[in-house]
Design a protein around this ligand. Structure first.
Ligand code: HEM
Length: 364
C-alpha cells in the first residue's frame, strides 16, 4: 500500500503578499514625527539622548545562537538553513521612550543581534548582522499604520505625548474605548502583570520573511532556572531599577537558555501579514524550535556594557537578511522610525553608531 503524506500548505513568500496601507507614506511621516518630538523632550529632560522607545535597559548579554540540527526543509531557511552557531548580543528593555520605574508593568523587550551572518541584505546597509526585536506579548494592539496613527492622534488631542506605553492606565482605557476597541482586548492591554523579565516569552508580533515562507518569531524560556521565573511577580517593594537588579543577580550565578521558535504562516486570511493585531492561531500552525539561545553566567550590567548598549548600539528589524525581510505596514514604518531615533540619539550624545562586526566589541 502506498502512503500518501501531505505537508501543510506553508505559504510561499512572494513580494505581493505585502499590500500598501492607504495613505501609508503620510501616516508613517506623522507617526515618526510625533515620536521624534516626544524624544526631543525626553532628551532635553535628561540632557542625554535616549531611544524613542525601549529606552531603559535591564541587562546586556553576550551569548550564542545555536541553530538546531536536522530541521525539516520548511524550517531550515535563511539564518536557520544550516546547524551552525553565531555570537549574539542581547538587550532586555522596557517599552517607553523614557526611564520609568520598574514597579509598574509595561511591555518588556528582548532584542537579539546575531553577528556574522552571510547573505543578501533586506536593505543595502553593508552590515553582517541579523536583529530580532521581540516583546512579551504575541500581538501589537495597533497592528496597522492606520490604527497606530489614530492612537497617536487621540493621545495628542488630549495634550499628551504620543506613546501609548507611557500613559497611565486610566488614560489608556479611555483612549482604547474611544477607538472602539473590543473589551477583551482592552482588558488584555490593561491587565499585564509585572513579572520577572527573564521568565517571559517574547514575540516578533509582526511577520517576517522566513526564506521561502513567512513566519513570526518568538523566544521562550528553556532552561530550568529561567522556566522557574515564569509568572514570578516583581515584588511590590522592588526598587526603581528592580529588573536590572534581577537580571544582574541571576546572571552573576546562572546561565540561561531560551528556545527560538518559528510559527509559519499557513493561511494568509487567518494569519494576516498586514495586521499585526491578529493572533496567529497555534492550532493552524504551532511554534517550532529552530535554535537555542545560550547565555552563560556573566556581568550583565557593567557600566561599560550599559554605555555601549544604550549609546553605541542600535537594534532594528531592518538589520536583516533579505531572507528575513520584515513584512506588513507596521514593519515598513519601522524602516523609517529606527534610523531616525538612532541618528538623533547618536548626534545628541556625540557618539558614533557602529554595527558590531565581532562579539569582542561588547565590553566585559
Ligand atoms: C511589531 C511591533 C514592535 C516590536 C516587537 C518592537 C520592539 C522593539 C524593541 C525590542 C526595541 C528595543 C531595541 C533595543 O534594545 O535597542 C524597540 C525599539 C524601538 N522601537 Fe519598536 N517595536 C515594535 C513596533 C514599533 C513601531 C510601530 C515603532 C514606530 C513606528 C517602533 C519604534 C521604535 C524605536 C524608534 C525604537 C528605538 C530605536 C533606537 O533608537 O535604537 N517600534 N522596539
Amino acid at each position: 500500500m502506498t502512503r500518501v503524506t501531505t505537508s501543510p500548505p506553508y505559504v510561499r513568500y512572494q513580494a505581493d503578499l505585502e499590500r500598501p496601507f492607504p495613505g501609508e507614506e503620510e501616516l508613517v511621516r506623522q507617526i515618526v514625527g510625533a515620536m521624534e518630538s516626544a524624544n526631543r523632550q525626553v532628551a532635553a529632560k535628561h540632557r542625554h539622548g535616549l531611544r524613542d522607545a525601549h529606552a531603559k535597559s535591564h541587562g546586556i548579554l553576550a551569548g550564542e545562537l545555536r541553530i538546531e540540527p536536522d530541521l525539516p526543509e520548511h524550517l531550515a531557511q535563511g539564518l536557520f538553513a544550516a546547524p551552525r552557531s553565531y555570537p549574539v548580543i542581547m538587550r532586555f528593555s522596557t517599552s517607553p521612550g523614557d526611564l520609568r520605574t520598574d514597579r509598574v508593568p509595561a511591555p518588556r523587550g528582548m532584542a537579539i543581534k546575531v553577528i556574522g551572518v552571510d547573505g543578501p541584505r533586506a536593505v543595502d546597509d553593508g552590515a553582517a548582522t541579523q536583529d530580532f526585536l521581540l516583546v512579551n506579548h504575541p500581538t501589537l494592539p495597533f497592528g496597522t499604520v492606520g490604527a497606530y496613527a489614530e492612537l497617536q492622534k487621540v493621545l495628542e488631542r488630549q495634550h499628551h505625548q504620543s506613546d501609548l506605553r507611557q500613559r497611565s492606565t486610566r488614560l489608556v482605557a479611555r483612549v482604547l474605548t474611544r477607538l472602539r476597541f473590543p473589551l477583551p482586548r482592552i482588558a488584555e492591554v490593561l491587565t499585564t502583570p509585572n513579572h520577572h523579565v527573564l521568565g517571559e516569552t517574547f514575540h516578533s508580533m509582526a511577520a517576517l520573511r522566513y526564506g521561502d515562507h513567512v513566519a513570526k518569531i518568538s523566544a521562550a524560556p528553556l532552561s530550568e532556572e529561567v522556566r522557574a521565573l515564569t509568572g514570578r511577580p516583581v515584588g511590590r517593594r522592588a526598587g526603581e531599577s528592580a529588573l536590572r537588579d534581577l537580571v544582574a543577580d541571576f546572571f552573576a550565578h546562572h546561565s540561561a537558555e531560551y528556545e527560538v521558535r518559528a510559527q509559519l504562516c499557513v493561511d494568509v486570511d487567518r494569519m494576516p501579514i498586514e495586521d499585526a493585531s491578529v493572533l496567529w492561531p497555534e492550532e493552524l500552525s504551532p511554534h517550532h524550535r529552530v535554535a537555542v539561545l545560550h547565555l552563560p553566567a556573566q556581568d550583565a550590567y557593567s557600566d561599560a556594557r550599559r554605555r555601549y548598549a544604550d549609546d553605541v548600539l542600535s537594534f532594528s528589524p531592518w538589520h536583516a537578511l533579505e531572507a528575513h525581510r520584515p513584512l506588513g505596514s507596521i514593519m515598513r514604518s519601522r524602516r523609517v522610525a529606527y534610523p531616525r531615533s538612532s541618528d538623533f540619539r547618536h548626534t545628541v550624545n556625540g557618539v558614533q553608531e557602529r554595527e558590531p562586526a565581532s562579539i569582542d566589541e561588547l565590553p566585559a
